[in-house]
Design a protein around this ligand. Structure first.
Ligand code: ZN
Length: 310
């Protein structure tokens, strides 16, 4: 058997014969090279890590690098999210602690104002497992967190509504105590005419008496029935010498037929303060004070205010 062998080294062709070592040595070298390459290829496409060549090895390295980079970023993002969640959980804990303070305040107000417990039950906790440690130690899932936030919101709305009602009651009570007229407009004297329809002492006809009269000695004290500001101090048709006091909160009072007025418009007066002396000025048959209570500009029956304590 004879093979033709071309070499570039010598630029000429020649022949070699099998059995001659000049054939076998290069042939074995070429074959082993081919087998090695095939093995390398199979290994590479089978998913192994042995690089086929320097180029693909570099590419694979950069993939690996990108992957681990992404993995690292993912871990960082997850940690950051968990940190944020933990921070929010701490904030939630603080809010819950605040809420407990508000509830304590509400309980105290309810007791102080002696309000009905059924209506203002600050002991009732809405659908929760009792007072929890405000600092959350276990990592919180976002679902737990949203649930906790929703519970918190419900609780806040509920408490805010209850506190608003309590505040309204307390402030109206305080206002009533401060500005609602109370007691008699005289320090000495007696009630001589009620509020309502009566026979007019001047013409004998039925007429509406829009105040109550207190009779007494000429020159005796007329006193303010509540704190307020003087808005009239002088003569007025039908009233003679009149003092009018505005108490705020829609209330004002009038003191008519005075002999002498001791206050001026704009003066601030205290409950029980002497504001005038009893007289019989104007449409009057004898020494008395015509006392009116006005609510939002209209005369009301003063009787219950007179009976109320100042
Ligand atoms: Zn009168």
């Amino acid at each position: 058997m004879k093979f033709l062998l071309y070499t570039t080294t010598y630029g000429k062709s020649g022949s070699i014969q099998l059995g001659h070592p000049g054939f076998w040595v290069p042939a074995v070298l070429v074959l082993s090279g081919l087998i090695g390459a095939a093995a390398g290829l199979g290994y590479t496409f089978g998913g192994g890590s042995a690089p086929l060549a320097d180029a693909s090895a570099g590419e694979e390295n950069s993939w690996q690098h990108a992957l681990s980079e992404q993995k690292r970023e993912l871990v960082q993002a997850r940690d950051a999210a968990q940190n944020d969640l933990n921070a929010l959980a701490v904030r939630l804990g603080q809010m819950q602690a605040q809420m407990m303070r508000v509830e304590a305040l509400g309980q105290r107000l309810t007791r102080t104002a002696k309000l009905g417990k059924s209506e203002f039950d600050f002991d009732r906790t809405p659908a929760q497992g009792g007072p929890a440690d405000p600092v959350v130690r276990e990592p919180l899932s976002s679902l737990d967190f949203m649930q906790a936030l929703n519970d918190m919101e419900t609780q806040i709305d509920d408490r805010a509504r209850q506190l608003q009602v309590i505040e309204d009651i307390l402030s109206s009570r305080a206002l009533n105590n401060a500005v609602s007229p109370g007691g008699r407009p005289v320090s000495k004297g007696w009630l001589s005419s009620y509020y309502g329809k009566r026979t007019d002492p001047f013409n004998g006809r039925q007429a509406m008496h829009k105040g109550v009269d207190f009779a007494g000695k000429l020159g005796s004290d007329i006193v303010a029935t509540a704190e307020g500001v003087v808005t009239w101090a002088g003569k007025r048709y039908g009233y003679g010498q009149l003092v009018e006091i505005n108490h705020g909160n829609g209330y004002s009072t009038r003191y008519g037929h005075c002999q002498q007025i001791l206050v001026a418009v704009g003066d601030k007066v205290e409950p029980g303060q002497k504001i005038a002396l009893m007289g019989s000025s104007g449409r009057s048959t004898g020494p008395h004070v015509h006392y009116e209570v006005l609510k939002n500009g209209r005369q009301v029956d003063p009787t219950r205010y007179v009976r109320a304590s100042r």
